[in-house]
Design a protein around this ligand. Structure first.
Ligand code: TGC
Ligand code: FAD
Length: 391
């Protein structure tokens, strides 16, 4: 007997936990992704290109750039709305969510939280509108998980600062107008607002990626980059500066990864109902249903976790290790869902005709950036035991 099919998240009734305003924002972002991203994403992925300059003003008009920040042209939405928007963006592609995360949660947040009033006035309204693109340079070739070891140096020369060093794997680097660069000074790590047309700054693009192909990833080279005294972010010194920004971006990924997973699972369900194997739909076999049931469980549990983390964030009482719980679980489960969904499509699953393999490959980057799974396990381990086991 066949009955009406429900969506995986419909089964969990998670919409009941979301306010009307947040749902309306989510639905608007979903429509944008359907109209503007889905038609082109497979080609962009295949070509290894992403029209960041073209998309940024459209994302600005959509209101998602720095959407959870207050003032300076930002929308000032709830954290929940921001998370839900990330989910819809990543259902289109992790590269799209990355663009929005790096712009809003890393580059804009760094200036919004730690910048001077002049820095905020100069950059935030244009960045919220997508007229200026930002990037965030923390990782270096030899220091990813351990940014405390960074070699990029900022030295005083009179009133000026002079920066030397390099950053690696920087999203939006080659297309950015402004880079927030973290550098070691005589005493502490400080953040610098670097216009990318400053002499000595260059950002060669990293090619031959097989993950996040529809996303710009770059090296940043700082060769005697001279900046005025006002370029430093005045409100923070020490590693807590960049790490505070990572909390924001990691929060978006807690939801974002579920968007990619949902897209894979919905594709697998649709395909299994259409594909006839041994004279009946693939969906009518118990083995298929076991896979679909298990994947739906993980998607729904991930969503409940994400909504709880968003609730804590909206109430202003979220701790970094709680964000780690969500990032670790939801990215890990999203990859598992992508791989299992692919099996349901058989050979058809390996092409760009379907989004699954693209999502699966992208999620490998998502597992690594914004803190690897191992880093998040260690953050949670420290919270549980009181022992820091990073070193
Ligand atoms: P540790 O001694 O633990 O802390 C140093 C200082 O930072 C403070 N802190 C935090 N502050 C805010 N938020 C957090 N999550 C924080 N974690 C630590 C801490 O209180 C301390 O402050 P203070 O005032 O006492 O100095 O630092 P550690 O050197 O032992 O490192 C800890 C560790 C390993 C967890 C940290 O280094 C880490 O998270 N590593 C991973 C690096 C990472 O995630 N990089 C991401 C780069 S950006 C990116 O990937 C963008 S991808 C594009 C996209 O998002 O789409
Ligand atoms: P490593 O730190 O060398 O880690 C290698 C392995 O060792 C990992 O499995 C790791 O978990 C493990 N490991 C590390 N420490 C421990 C330990 N204590 N115990 C056990 N295992 C450990 N960075 C930015 O600053 N800005 C960006 O915009 C940005 N965008 C990115 C975009 C993409 C597509 C990618 C792939 C990366 C991006 N990154 C960015 C960099 C990203 O944050 C780093 O790749 C990440 O932090 C891991 O650093 P790493 O690659 O050097 O790996």
């Amino acid at each position: 007997m066949s009955t009406t099919a429900q969506s995986p998240l419909g089964l969990f009734a998670t919409d009941d936990l979301i306010g009307e305003e947040d749902k309306a924002i989510r639905d608007t972002v979903r429509r944008f992704v359907d109209d503007r991203i889905r038609p082109g994403i497979a080609d962009w992925y295949e070509q290894g290109s992403f029209p960041v300059r073209e998309l940024a003003p459209e994302l600005g008009r959509l209101g998602v750039l720095g959407m959870h920040l207050e003032g300076y042209g930002c929308s000032g939405t709830s954290a929940t709305a921001y998370g839900l928007a990330c989910m819809e963006l990543e259902a289109g592609g992790s590269g799209l969510r990355s663009l929005v995360s790096v712009q809003g949660s890393l580059a804009m947040f760094a200036i919004w939280k730690h910048g001077s009033e002049e820095q905020k006035q100069e950059w935030l309204p244009r960045m919220a509108a997508g007229e200026a693109i930002g990037c965030f340079g923390l990782t270096e070739p030899d220091f990813g998980s351990n940014p405390a070891g960074m070699r990029t140096r900022a030295k005083r020369d009179g009133d000026d600062w002079v920066l030397n060093g390099s950053k690696m794997w920087i999203t939006n680097g080659s297309v950015a107008d402004v880079a927030v660069v973290w550098a070691q000074t005589e005493d502490k790590v400080r953040g610098f607002v670097v216009p990318t047309d400053t002499p000595g700054f260059s950002a060669p693009e990293i090619k031959r990626k097989v993950s996040l192909r529809a996303s710009v990833t770059s090296e940043l080279v700082l060769d005697d980059v001279r900046l005025p005294a006002e370029a430093v972010l005045p409100e923070v010194a020490g590693l807590s500066g960049p790490l505070s920004c990572l909390n924001e971006a990691r929060f978006g990924i807690v939801f974002g990864a579920l968007g990619a997973a949902r897209d894979c699972l919905e594709t697998a369900i649709r395909y299994s109902r259409e594909r006839e194997i041994f004279d009946k739909p693939l969906a009518a076999y118990q083995l298929t249903q076991a896979k679909l049931a298990d994947m739906s469980l993980e998607l729904g549990k991930g969503m409940l976790l994400a909504l709880q983390i968003a609730r804590l964030k909206d109430e202003g009482r979220i701790a970094p290790e709680q964000v780690s719980l969500g990032k670790l679980n939801n990215v890990r489960e999203a990859i598992a869902i992508a791989r299992e969904s692919r099996t349901i499509l058989g050979a058809a699953g390996i092409t760009l005709e379907h989004p699954i393999m693209r999502h699966a490959n992208n999620l490998e980057s998502v597992l690594t950036y914004e803190g690897t799974s191992e880093v998040h396990q260690l953050v949670i381990g420290r919270a549980l035991t009181g022992e820091a086991a990073f070193r």
